[in-house]
Design a protein around this ligand. Structure first.
Ligand SMILES: *Cc1c(COP(=O)(O)O)cnc(C)c1O
Length: 403
């Protein structure tokens, strides 16, 4: 059998493979050295066999590597793997999660276009839309992630993108991906889902009708807080445009980071299950403690969108938040009394993190916007890691004792 036949048969096998198989196998093309693990191609450029081949590669007539700003084998392996896991035709890697969102908007929008965005998205996403895209003539309306009618009412002829994150940060609000996909399709616009909190291990927005998924690979795809990166996946017609933006404007992923993310993807589902079961146990325990007013986690049966979360996610993820009895000082005392978890705004890490959203991640919002978003001064967010639940409860108890 020729090497080519063998590779083709492997591609056919992977085309039918399940998520866990794709996570460790998809995208890898073994090279002439026969390496078992994915190599890191730390090369900026590539040598061509002839002037004619160089011309064919540059024009795109012949597929293959040209320059690592937009073609690199390690980055390509990561792109193909995350695309396969999300069930997408094609993926494009980016320098960060923000670069993924920027590249999607720059590739698919023009001056005069309009975006409808969930009010509960990552803070920097709203800065990108309000400060930078607005400057280029792209306007954004913000609506509740919980109310599809508000999205319908906000539609304009020039609405090109609907953008949401679910579950939201930090209050775990759940948007109905199926309903909003149908609305986008009916209107001829594209639903973009930031799938950072669930990852394809727990939620596959494309299978629910979304057109595009964006990721901050920095979070769970890496899973151990080592690198900054992002990805966009979707149909080839859209991803070719996103890749064109990366090629011309340069927010590319480095091969080393792509390699770290590839290794992260191999354990993604196992980690997401462990994050989810730890978070559910902690959310249940916290909701029974005196000193806790309310816990926000879509895995709790008391959560208002628990049924919706169950219908579109296979588990509930690692992020929860809760209100302590008292004010900002009480919340800070709780945080400062912990000894195991890390006080940091990062999430998606094996190490549990704790943060006070009102004065950090959501500190740039006005008091009025924070009130409207439910980011009260007594709210604490915990991104539950992979430590033993017994030790996590003990650490939260230290916080409770300080209230
Ligand atoms: C962190 C984050 C981003 C931005 O990703 P970076 O990799 O930090 O640029 C976007 N969306 C969500 C939901 C995030 O948590």
């Amino acid at each position: 059998m020729t090497e080519e036949d063998y590779q083709q048969q492997r591609v056919a096998v992977l085309a039918e493979a399940e998520l866990d198989t794709l996570a460790v196998r998809a995208g890898q093309v073994r090279g002439p050295e026969g390496e078992h693990s994915e190599p890191i191609f730390t090369t900026s450029s590539y040598v061509f066999g002839s002037a004619a081949q160089a011309a064919a590669r540059f024009s795109g007539e012949e597929p293959g590597n040209v320059y690592s700003r937009y073609t690199n084998p390690t980055v390509r392996t990561f792109e193909d793997r995350i695309a396969a896991m999300e069930g997408a035709e094609m993926g494009v890697a980016t320098a960060s999660g923000m670069a993924a969102i920027l590249s999607t908007c720059m590739a698919l929008l023009k001056s005069g276009d309009h975006i409808i965005c969930s009010r509960s998205v990552f803070g920097t996403t709203t800065v990108l839309l309000n400060k930078y895209l607005a400057k280029l003539g792209v306007s954004t309306s913000y609506v509740s992630p919980l109310n599809p009618q508000e999205w319908r009412d906000a539609l304009r002829p020039e609405t090109k993108l609907l953008f949401l994150e679910t579950p939201s940060n930090p209050l775990a609000e759940i948007a109905d991906i199926k309903a909003l996909s149908a609305l986008a399709k009916e209107h001829g616009s594209l639903l973009v889902v930031d799938n950072c909190f669930c990852t394809p291990a727990l939620q596959k927005p494309l299978s629910l009708g979304a057109a595009i998924v964006v990721h901050s690979a920095t979070k769970y795809l890496d899973g151990q807080g080592r690198c900054v990166g992002g990805a966009v996946v979707g149909r080839k017609e859209h991803m070719d445009e996103v890749l064109g933006f990366i090629r011309s404007c340069g927010p590319s992923m480095s091969p080393f980071n792509a390699w770290v993310f590839l290794k992260g993807l191999e354990t993604l589902r196992l980690r997401m299950q462990a994050h989810s079961s730890n978070a559910l146990a902690l959310a249940q325990w916290l909701s029974e403690q005196a000193g806790i007013d309310k816990v926000f986690y879509s895995g709790l049966e008391s959560h208002p969108q628990h049924a919706l979360a169950k219908s579109q996610q296979s588990a509930f993820g690692g992020v929860l938040s809760f209100r302590v009895s008292g004010d900002k000082a009480a919340a800070w005392r709780f945080i400062d009394a912990t000894r195991l978890v890390s006080i940091t705004a990062n999430l998606g890490d094996a190490k549990t993190t704790i943060v006070h959203p009102a004065t950090t991640t959501h500190g740039r919002l006005s008091q009025e916007d924070r009130d409207q978003a439910g980011i009260t001064d007594n709210l604490i967010r915990v991104a539950v890691g992979l430590e033993d639940i017994v030790d996590l409860k003990k650490d939260m108890q230290r916080g409770l004792d300080a209230l």
